[in-house]
Design a protein around this ligand. Structure first.
Ligand code: AVJ
Ligand code: FE
Length: 430
């Protein structure tokens, strides 16, 4: 692609990303922007300012030596202030943030005009830093949606885009043949450091659920005393269930025995037995898998099931192949505000026959968030490296709330095993 058309693509993507962010915030009152809706989340107005500050840092300050505002760089540095202390910072209000983001964007686009995307500098080469800033905004859009799902009071945008009907996949499993496959990537245009380098992993034969675990299946686990049987739980998970009094996925409540409802963005609706279960922690996923006589897949198994094409003997970018996302492939891009039923995306099935690996719900895996062999932090340690270790579990595949530019088969997400604010479900393996 020519330098000129690549710069045009970057301008269009940056503009579109900002339109989406502003569209998400548009119906919110100043109160709702400023409030902390849950101690594990930032005030939404912090995310907005932070999106601009991240762009300022990378596309202005680092690329062109633009002069930093030390106070803004401090307030919006995620590694300096925990989410719980962010409400007490001197955050920009809506108008102040709009002005700041607008100025940063004007300067960033001027700088883009004169940089060289074929430079040897890995930050600039093939537009890496621009794609990183874009994905950062996409990821914070999903964070904002998590916060809105936690918000009490007035509901948020009840009318989502229509989704395809589901059906056709029951609780089958598919077999993935053993042998080596290539995990991760060497891509330096879009991939994050934690997805690199590509490396061969040799897995024995395994079986994996053809679709994410549904609400219907999860209710059978609950009715079978799933939350009352310590032998099903990881020890720390059992302690968490007891201490917090957990007995159902987050946002669920019971109207009558056997009549489960959920609150979705402030609106009440019956739990749909044919849709994937969502808002469960890793501990709940792990306990369900044990109850079902199965286990969670490792992230290597998940990635092989999503990406490996046994005929070509190579990996693919998305479950359906290498072509970019389109709406019939997967439930991504936020506008449905909900999951689709299992089986709703025959156009997204992977080479080995798995449905909905990409989109609908993030999927918990058995794996801790660890670096791949030969990992090198780039361009900053605070994206991945500082989180490596056994405190975090890996999630894969993106959710309905993930923007398509921020998901691929190699993409790794992570969170604490007790967390349920993510649009996360799971599937099992054996
Ligand atoms: C990859 C989703 C765990 O939100 O903490 C946003 C993404 N990193 N800004 C997070 C991220 C820096 C990150 N996760
Ligand atoms: Fe961030």
């Amino acid at each position: 692609m020519s330098e000129r058309s690549e710069k045009g693509r970057i301008v269009r993507d940056l503009t579109e990303a900002r339109e989406r962010t502003r569209w998400l915030l548009e119906p919110l009152s100043d109160e709702d922007l400023k409030a902390q809706h849950d101690p594990i989340m930032s005030p939404i107005i912090w995310d907005f300012g932070h999106i601009g500050n991240f762009e300022d840092l990378w596309l202005v300050q680092k690329l062109a030596g633009g002069s930093p505002d030390p106070e803004l760089n401090d307030i919006y540095d995620a590694s300096k202030h925990s989410r719980s202390e962010r409400p007490s910072l001197r955050l920009l209000d809506r108008e102040g943030a709009e002005r700041y983001l607008g100025e940063v964007r004007r300067t960033a686009l001027e700088i883009l005009e004169r940089v060289d995307l074929s430079s040897e500098d890995p930050l600039l080469r093939d537009g890496f830093v621009y794609n990183m800033v874009l994905q950062h905004e996409y990821q914070h859009n999903e964070t904002i949606l998590q916060t809105l799902q936690l918000k009490k009071g007035e509901g948020y945008r009840p009318e989502g885009q229509k989704l395809p009907e589901g059906g056709g996949v029951s609780e089958e499993m598919v077999r993935v043949p053993g042998g080596p496959f290539v995990m991760g990537t060497d891509d330096r245009r879009w991939a994050y450091d934690n997805e690199r380098p590509a490396h061969e992993v040799n897995l024995p034969d395994f079986r994996i659920d053809a679709a994410p675990v549904t609400n219907g299946a999860y209710m059978r686990f609950m009715e079978d005393g799933g939350y009352e049987r310590p032998e099903l739980w990881d020890a720390a998970g059992w302690e968490w269930v007891r201490e917090e009094g957990i007995s159902a996925p987050k946002h669920w409540y019971q109207r009558e025995p056997h009549d489960w409802w959920t609150v979705r963005f402030g609106f009440h609706e019956p739990v749909d037995p044919l849709a994937p279960v969502v808002h469960v922690s890793w501990y709940e996923a792990d306990a369900y898998a044990r109850w079902a006589g199965k286990r969670l897949p490792t992230e290597a198994e998940w990635e092989k099931a999503a990406s490996w094409d046994p005929e070509r003997e190579s990996g693919r970018l998305y479950s359906w192949g290498d072509e970019p996302w389109s709406p019939e492939r997967a439930n991504l891009d936020q506008l449905a505000f909900r999951t689709a039923r299992v089986g709703a995306y025959p156009g997204g099935v992977s080479a080995c026959g798995c449905h909905q690996l990409i989109g609908d719900v993030w999927e918990w895996t058995a794996s801790d968030f660890e670096p791949y062999p030969g990992f090198e932090a780039f361009p900053y340690r605070q994206y991945s490296e500082v989180f490596f270790g056994d405190r975090y579990k890996v999630l894969r595949g993106g959710s309905w709330a993930t923007r398509p530019g921020a998901i691929r088969n190699t993409f790794r997400n992570w969170d604490f095993p007790i967390r349920r604010q993510i649009f996360a479900g799971f599937r099992c393996a054996e």
